[in-house]
Design a protein around this ligand. Structure first.
Ligand SMILES: *[C@@H]1O[C@H](CO)[C@@H](O)[C@H](O)[C@H]1NC(C)=O
Ligand SMILES: *[C@@H]1O[C@H](CO)[C@@H](O)[C@H](O)[C@H]1NC(C)=O
Ligand SMILES: *[C@@H]1O[C@H](CO)[C@@H](O)[C@H](O)[C@H]1NC(C)=O
Ligand SMILES: *[C@@H]1O[C@H](CO)[C@@H](O)[C@H](O)[C@H]1NC(C)=O
Ligand SMILES: *[C@@H]1O[C@H](CO)[C@@H](O)[C@H](O)[C@H]1NC(C)=O
Ligand SMILES: *[C@@H]1O[C@H](CO)[C@@H](O)[C@H](O)[C@H]1NC(C)=O
Ligand SMILES: *[C@@H]1O[C@H](CO)[C@@H](O)[C@H](O)[C@H]1NC(C)=O
Ligand SMILES: *[C@@H]1O[C@H](CO)[C@@H](O)[C@H](O)[C@H]1NC(C)=O
Length: 443
């Protein structure tokens, strides 16, 4: 108000002093007055809040730019034009083609005009004039949106009132979530023995990385290809493989590739058939051990009167204790090892051993000879009997020698220890021979 009165005084002063002088000077005063009024009215349009000078936004997100302002009642009755456009830092003003224009006219009609720049299609008016809220939302922010933007408020009075401000939009990649990155995992490759296998190096590599391979933590010599080629895979190649990439920027180890070589069962008895001789009533374990991957399942089949009974055993080693009591127990016992790769089998043919002292020790395999407790006690008995006979024989010989010495004749002596086995096991060859042996033994 003070400003106004001073201006008025000046106006009067000028009017009085220069009325008679030149018109150009009077016009000059009128211009001064007009300029002064513009300054006064501009102070009425007030921006309360505005965006930060730099706004960081992420690609793909939506970003809203907002301002709050106040208008006088007089200004509210006028046309308000809000222009969103590129900002010139040099001139501190909105420059060039507009991106979006919002117009609020004197009868409260609102219109939005979009420019034809590509960003304009994604810029929308989201303000609310009733609350003095001016806002534009930029949807699906793109990297190329990084730029300086500004806003111009214009109240269409005479003279027009304007306010401008700018900001910088900085678009960045969205922050990555570390746990999302898929880490290479340890893997197991199952491969059938004899097949071909390529193991690919899964270590992080730079352009000029060289590669080494390790099996069970030991370096494989002369292997520097990014693919390890295993032709005709053998069971000894099963193990844990790691590849290491070597480069000046760093060495990287791959996760573990476990190679599991699958092969069919093999029973650790050289022969397909084994002949076993056992005394009636004595016990003996028939042992079956099989290799194979996956670990084979063992089963026993006993041939009795043409009917086979099955005993299953989940282990790769199995013992079946046989105690033949009557004739039907002297039959064949077959061990079958099975896994998904195939099967193997061995047949034990149980024969009755004649129940008499063994005078001749035939083709005995000491490792195969087995005896039960019962057999053992009979052996002890035989040893006692044998020792007694030997002592008697020695005494007799000594007596005889003494007698012969007295008589002056030559000496003669012969003693023999008696051995006895409860059982003996004789491995035999091909099937035809086996059958013949079995028949001859039976006879
Ligand atoms: C402005 O900057 C301040 C601090 O720098 C921040 O807390 C605020 O969220 C920012 N506002 C906007 C709208 O980005
Ligand atoms: C962005 O806004 C659009 C429309 O308003 C919506 O469909 C979309 O889901 C929003 N995107 C994000 C990331 O908020
Ligand atoms: C935008 O549209 C106007 C007319 O509506 C046209 O004169 C101008 O060349 C266009 N600008 C671009 C960059 O397409
Ligand atoms: C293994 O790699 C060799 C080359 O190193 C290629 O000739 C062969 O076809 C590959 N075999 C398989 C089964 O991928
Ligand atoms: C694969 O290797 C085995 C010995 O490991 C050999 O007996 C067999 O002949 C080989 N097969 C081929 C096709 O080279
Ligand atoms: C990579 O491994 C090689 C050979 O083992 C070694 O000489 C070199 O120092 C290693 N480099 C780094 C960066 O660890
Ligand atoms: C039997 O299986 C065990 C594990 O179940 C394994 O350690 C052993 O080597 C196998 N024996 C043979 C002969 O495959
Ligand atoms: C043989 O002995 C078993 C018992 O071990 C018995 O069940 C069976 O009847 C006997 N068979 C004969 C023919 O005596």
């Amino acid at each position: 108000m003070l400003d106004h009165s001073i201006t008025f005084t000046m106006r009067v002063f000028h009017a009085q002093r220069l009325k008679k002088s030149t018109y150009p000077l009077f016009l000059c005063v009128v211009l001064l007055l007009t300029l002064e009024e513009v300054v006064n009215k501009a102070n009425a349009l007030q921006m309360i809040t505005q965006p930060n000078k730099t706004i960081v936004s992420f690609i793909g997100s939506n970003q809203t730019f907002s301002w709050n302002f106040v208008l006088t009642e007089e200004e509210k009755a006028k046309v308000l034009i809000v222009t969103f456009g590129h900002w010139s830092k040099e001139y501190s003003m909105v420059l060039g083609d507009h991106l979006v224009i919002f117009v609020h006219d004197s009868i409260a009609n609102e219109r939005v005009y979009k420019g034809n720049a590509s960003i304009a299609r994604r810029l929308n008016w989201v303000g609310d004039m009733a609350r003095g809220f001016v806002a534009f939302q930029l949807t699906d922010v793109q990297a190329r949106d990084s730029s300086d933007y500004g806003i111009r408020f214009r109240v269409d009075s005479f003279p027009p009132e304007t306010e401008e401000s700018g900001f910088t939009l900085s678009v960045q990649d969205p922050p990555s979530i570390p746990t999302r990155t898929p880490e290479p995992q340890d893997i197991t490759i199952k491969i059938v023995e004899g097949d071909v296998l390529n193991i690919t190096c899964r270590a992080l590599m730079y352009g000029h990385s060289s590669v080494s391979w390790l099996k069970d933590k030991k370096l494989i010599e002369n292997e520097d290809e990014k693919t390890l080629f295993l032709g005709n895979v053998s069971r000894s190649q099963a193990g844990e493989y790691i590849c290491v990439s070597l480069s000046p920027y760093g060495n990287h180890s791959s996760p573990v590739t476990t190679v599991d070589v699958l092969y069919p069962p093999k029973i650790q008895t050289g022969d397909e058939q084994v002949l076993v001789e056992l005394l009636r009533g004595h016990s003996m374990p028939l042992t079956c051990i099989a290799s194979g991957n996956p670990s084979p399942v063992l089963s026993w089949h006993r041939q009795r009167d043409g009917i086979s009974e099955t005993f299953k055993n989940p282990w790769n080693s199995s013992s079946l204790v046989v105690t033949p009591i009557n004739d039907t127990d002297f039959t064949s016992y077959t061990c079958i090892a099975t896994n998904k790769m195939g099967s193997d089998q061995v047949t034990f043919i149980l024969k009755e051993k004649a129940d008499k002292p063994a005078s001749e020790s035939g083709t005995q395999d000491p490792g195969q000879t087995r005896m039960s407790g019962q057999g053992h006690s009979s052996l002890v008995m035989y040893i006692f009997v044998g020792a007694g006979v030997a002592v008697l024989a020695v005494s007799l010989v000594m007596a005889y020698v003494c007698w012969r010495k007295q008589r002056g004749n030559s000496k003669n002596c012969c003693t023999r220890g008696i051995e006895r086995d409860g059982a003996e096991r004789i491995p035999i060859g091909p099937q035809d021979e086996d059958t013949k042996t079995a028949e001859s033994l039976q006879a």
